[in-house]
Design a protein around this ligand. Structure first.
Ligand SMILES: *Cc1c(COP(=O)(O)O)cnc(C)c1O
Length: 395
C-alpha cells in the first residue's frame, strides 16, 4: 500500500489535506536548482548576486542583502541600528516569536504593544503607549500582508527611534497603494521560509537604501569577512587581501536557494493572482450563504499580499468556541490555523510582566487563518466554506 500521509505539525496530512499555506514549486524551480547543482558552485555566488539585484529592482530599494532567514534579518537589522543591553524595542505581541526574539539575542528588552482591531497591526497610538526614554527601535509587522503606513508612524516618533519592518508576510504588498513594501528607506526584513508567499525553502533578505549599512550587513552575514567567498574564488588577486574586520555570523543564503527564489520572483504575479482569486471566492461564497464572518481589513485590496487569510469568529455570533471550530475543521482535513498565540502569554516572555493588551487578547480568542496558497483550487475553497456552513449554520 502506498503511504498516503505524512506528519504535518503533528497532524496527519492525507493527500486531501488542505494546509493553511503550502509552497508552489514547479518544474522551473526544480530545473533551476538542478542547474546550480550541476554547475559545481552551490554556496553563495553569482545566483545570489543576481537574486539580490532582481529583488532590489522589483522592490525599488537601492540595496537588498539576502540572508538565511528572516530571523537572521531581524537580528542583523537591530544589530546595525546599534541596539543592545538596556534598550527597549517595541514589538506587537500578535506576531511570530522571531520578531521579539531578535531583541533578546542582543540583550535588549522587547516591549509588547497592542494592535488595531481591524488591521491587526500596530498604529502610531498603540506604539506611543509604550514609548519610554529607553525606546531605541520599533519593529512594525505587516501582519498577514497588510502594509502599515510607516511614513505616518515615522512622523509620530522621536528621530533617534529606528523603525525596522518585519515584512515576513508582505512580499508584494504596497504602502498606501503606492510603493512596494521594502522601499520605505527603513531596514525591511523579508522571509522566504517554506510557507511564505515567495519561498526558497528557508531564506530571508533585508531591503534598504543606505550603501554603508548594506556593506556592513554583507560582511556580518559572512563571518565578518570584508569580501565574500565568491569574489575570493573568482578574483585571484583578492585571495590574500580579504580581511576579518569584525565578529560576524554565518547567515548567508546559498546559490541553490537563490536559484529557486529567482524563479519564484518571476512567478510572483501569477501566484499573487491565484491568492486574490481564492480570497474573492471565499468572500463570494460566504456572502451567498449569509454567514456572519468578518475578515482582516484590507485583505481584499490590491495592496495586500494575502500571505494569511485571517477571519474573525465571534462566539457571541457563532455560538461555538473558536478552538472547537478549528478542531472540527481539522478533522475535516482543513488546515485552519491560528496566527498567533500572543507572545506576551508565552512562557519565555512571562518574566517581562504581563501588560494588558486588550485588543490583542480579544483577537487571540476570535481569529482563525483559513487555508490560502497559490496551489489551492477554487474547489477546495468551496469545500472549506461548505464545512464552515455545516458547522455554523443552524437550521
Ligand atoms: C515567518 C516569520 C518570521 C521568521 O521568518 P524565518 O524566515 O522563518 O526566520 C518572522 N516574522 C514573522 C511575522 C513571520 O511570520
Amino acid at each position: 500500500m502506498e503511504p498516503s500521509f505524512i506528519l504535518f505539525w503533528g497532524f496527519a496530512m492525507t493527500k486531501d489535506y488542505i494546509p493553511f499555506g503550502t509552497p508552489d514549486f514547479t518544474e522551473a524551480e526544480i530545473e533551476a536548482v538542478t542547474r546550480v547543482m550541476r554547475s559545481g558552485w552551490v554556496g553563495m555566488g553569482k545566483e545570489t548576486i543576481a537574486f539580490e539585484k532582481e529583488l532590489s529592482d522589483y522592490i525599488g530599494a537601492h540595496e537588498v542583502v539576502t540572508v538565511n532567514s528572516c530571523t537572521s534579518a531581524l537580528f542583523l537589522a537591530l544589530l546595525i541600528e546599534g541596539i543592545g543591553p538596556g534598550d527597549e524595542v517595541i514589538v506587537p505581541s500578535l506576531t511570530w516569536c522571531a520578531t521579539a526574539n531578535a531583541a533578546l539575542y542582543l540583550g535588549a528588552k522587547p516591549v509588547f504593544c497592542d494592535v488595531d482591531s481591524q488591521s491587526m497591526c500596530v498604529t502610531p497610538k498603540t506604539v506611543a503607549e509604550k514609548l519610554t526614554s529607553r525606546t531605541k527601535a520599533v519593529i512594525v509587522v505587516h501582519y498577514g500582508g497588510y502594509a502599515v503606513d510607516v511614513d505616518e508612524l515615522r512622523q509620530t516618533l522621536p528621530k533617534h527611534v529606528a523603525i525596522i519592518e518585519d515584512a515576513a508576510h508582505a512580499f508584494g504588498s504596497y504602502y498606501n497603494n503606492k510603493k512596494c513594501v521594502g522601499a520605505s528607506g527603513n531596514l525591511v526584513c523579508f522571509s522566504f521560509y517554506a510557507n511564505k508567499n515567495l519561498s526558497t525553502a528557508d531564506g530571508g533578505a533585508i531591503a534598504l537604501f543606505d550603501p554603508c549599512k548594506a556593506e556592513r550587513l554583507r560582511s556580518l552575514r559572512m563571518s565578518g569577512m570584508d569580501s565574500n567567498a565568491w569574489s575570493r574564488y573568482t578574483k585571484a588577486s583578492t585571495v590574500f587581501v580579504a580581511s576579518l574586520t569584525e565578529l560576524g555570523y554565518k547567515m548567508n543564503l546559498t546559490d541553490l536557494q537563490a536559484a529557486i527564489g529567482r524563479v519564484q520572483l518571476r512567478r510572483l504575479g501569477e501566484m499573487a493572482n491565484v491568492r486574490f482569486e481564492i480570497a474573492k471566492r471565499y468572500k463570494q461564497r460566504i456572502d451567498e450563504l449569509r454567514m456572519d464572518i468578518s475578515f482582516q481589513s484590507g485583505v481584499f485590496d490590491k495592496s495586500h499580499a494575502r500571505h494569511l487569510f485571517v477571519a474573525m469568529f465571534d462566539i457571541t455570533k457563532t455560538g461555538i468556541k473558536r478552538d472547537d471550530l478549528l478542531l472540527a475543521l481539522r478533522t475535516r482535513n482543513i488546515g485552519a490555523s491560528i496566527h498567533y498565540r500572543p507572545l506576551h502569554s508565552q512562557p519565555l516572555y512571562a518574566g517581562h510582566g504581563v501588560p494588558s493588551l486588550p485588543i490583542t487578547e480579544s483577537l487571540a480568542e476570535s481569529i482563525m487563518t483559513l487555508p490560502i496558497s497559490a496551489k489551492m483550487t477554487l474547489t477546495q475553497v468551496d469545500y472549506v466554506v461548505e464545512q464552515l456552513a455545516a458547522l455554523l449554520i443552524k437550521e
